[in-house]
Design a protein around this ligand. Sequence first.
Ligand code: URA
Length: 183
Amino acid sequence: MTWEELEAQCEACQNCPLGATRTKLVFGTGNREADLMFVGEAPGEKEDLSGIPFVGAAGKLFDRYLEAVDIRREDVYIANILKCRPPKNRDPQPAEEDACIGFLREQVKLIRPKMIVCLGRISAMRLIKPDFKITKEHGVWFNKGGFEMCAVYHPSALLRDPHKKEDMLVDMKAIKAKLEALS
Ligand code: URA
């Protein structure tokens, strides 16, 4: 499958009810040859309006962490488990994830990143393991299907609980170090 085919399929998707309520599809952005890919949960309001992942308050905070560890946003690829916004930003439902996850798989196949970092618990439970415990296992590396994978706190969790920010910086520094070691 080509990027054009994949994006067209995603754009036309009505496999779950969110296709009908979205403003814009939030397909994913960044370097399609990235070594490092970040995967969040689902678009929020700002993302739904712009079609770009992580541009709202959480996204702005995430940008600061990228900057802090000297990773350029345009060098990585950023996507979500769900490509359409759930109403009122509720958690994605399993059926919605099932309907959407194939698009993310195809993105991963096309990019072939070395590392995949889950932003938050929902993404980690889907991509790393169903019983993932973010408070205990953030920053822990897993090798799955040839990819180095880990999860960090979702930036929204950092907005709610600033005490987690120290851990986030430690994890982001380790991600940067691994990226340098692998490239
Ligand atoms: N939260 C997410 O998980 N993804 C986004 O794109 C924005 C906020």
